[in-house]
Design a protein around this ligand. Structure first.
Ligand code: HGY
Ligand code: MN
Ligand code: MN
Length: 413
């Protein structure tokens, strides 16, 4: 058994440059990135990553939902790979680092192993999971969910965006519908590095988050149907105004999170009043609801509270309220041995570190169903993410990727 190299250093400037080069693809005027899943910009980002991986001596394979697997061979080809990675797709007003940091930190780990001519017994693999964000095609964590068998591949390929383009069509349009079946291999371990996307590490002046788990998420679509009518001649009591009706519901939705403070979350991210003309009474309102909590029982109670609130307002207003459940990601706990590998790697680097539960969903949630998994967080400026102002310090990027490499080595030798 070869001794495990400890406390290796990655090449911080090289990783930072790769992040900046990748951020050029879909760059927005306010300094963010818009690279929606399975668009041509996503293709360009994928192509650049594949080119870099091939340049680092990796073989590259793609599965039938577009997940990319870049493999650095190990001395034992039969050993299951130790994997890392995240996502390259972004929110519409996303930042340079959400997901991308985890993908390129994985590539930097491979580049560093090459620089040091270190051979590992297990292959080391960097994964790019398709459509983690769920912004264009719900649900989120789509590629990793198909990989883990949570979502059926063919049903997922039939999901369409607001323009009626399906996931399958979009995969074909960018040339990333591969031939590997979903879940083609297990991993010896999976480590995902990610920015925290919240303020906890920065407030605690802590360099590394040892992520012990991820909170639960529930997504819904709500459609309220009334009747379009003329804004002038229609007396107020005779209206079936879908927007006026939903106005009484919104405070009740936010109250569900406040009633379950401090961890409860409620977000209405999409909201459309149709037909969207100032002198036509809206006959239809479409909105999305995102509820979150780390405790499964509390999340179930929040779900019940939402359904009761919707039913109550529907009764009061007499309009039709159609609440459809889109997705649930249960709260999960990561693998204790992988968490320990992260903890040791951070300690060997003299990083200040703390345990943290992730408020955001990540591909590691679904991969943890198949393989021992853990995550590494680095702080982000003012805890901001899903925002073009998203920013991290180069020193934090270097530190997080260093801890990632050393955690991987603890399982790959
Ligand atoms: O929604 C999430 O938590 C993740 O950013 N997809
Ligand atoms: Mn992410
Ligand atoms: Mn995100």
């Amino acid at each position: 058994m070869t001794d495990t190299p400890r406390n290796l250093s990655i090449n911080g400037p090289r990783l930072w440059q790769s992040l900046m080069d990748m951020a050029e693809i879909g760059a927005t005027p306010k300094g963010g990135v818009c690279r929606l899943a399975l668009t041509d910009l996503d293709r360009q980002g994928r192509d650049l990553f594949v080119e870099w991986c091939r340049g680092a001596g990796c073989s590259v394979r793609v599965d039938s939902i577009g997940n990319i697997f870049a493999r650095r061979p190990g001395t034992d080809p039969d050993a299951p790979p130790v994997a890392t990675g995240s996502h390259l797709d972004t929110q519409p007003t996303g930042g340079k680092f959400d997901g991308i940091f985890g993908v390129l930190a994985g590539l930097e780990a491979i580049r560093t192993l090459n620089d040091l001519s270190i051979e590992t017994r297990h292959p080391v693999e960097v994964c790019v999971w398709t459509n983690e964000e769920g912004a264009r095609f719900p649900p989120a964590m789509m590629g990793s969910g198909v990989y883990a068998g949570v979502f059926d591949r063919d049903e997922t390929c039939a999901i369409a965006d607001h323009d009626g383009v399906t996931v399958g069509d979009a995969l074909d349009a960018i040339g990333y519908r591969g031939d590997l079946p979903p879940g083609h291999q297990d991993f010896a371990a999976f480590f995902e590095a990610h920015i925290e996307q919240g303020p906890i590490l920065e407030d605690a002046k802590t360099e590394i988050g040892i992520v012990t788990g991820v909170q639960g998420i529930m997504w819904y679509d709500l459609t309220v149907t009334g009747a379009e009518a003329h804004a002038g001649p229609t007396p107020m009591p005779l209206r079936r105004d879908a927007l006026a009706a939903v106005g009484g519901l919104l405070p009740k939705i936010y109250a569900i999170a406040h009633d379950n403070a401090p961890h409860g979350r409620a977000t209405i991210g999409e909201f459309r009043a149709l037909p969207g003309s100032r002198n036509t009474i809206p006959g239809r309102v479409e909105l999305t609801v995102d509820l979150r909590h780390p405790d499964a029982d509390v999340l179930a109670a929040m779900d019940r509270a939402l359904r009761q609130a919707v039913a109550g307002v529907a009764l009061e207003t007499g309009l039709d309220f159609d609440l459809s459940h889109v997705w649930t990601s249960d709260p999960i706990a990561f693998d204790v041995d992988c968490i320990q590998a992260v903890r040791e790697a951070a300690a060997e680097r003299d990083c200040s570190a703390m345990e943290i539960v992730s408020g955001a969903g990540h591909d590691a949630v679904y991969i943890s169903r198949l393989s021992p998994t853990a995550m590494i967080f680095i702080p982000c400026e003012d805890g901001i993410s899903h925002n073009e102002a998203e920013n991290v310090a180069p020193a934090d990027v270097e530190r997080g990727a260093t801890v990632l490499l050393n955690a991987i080595l603890k399982r790959a030798m």
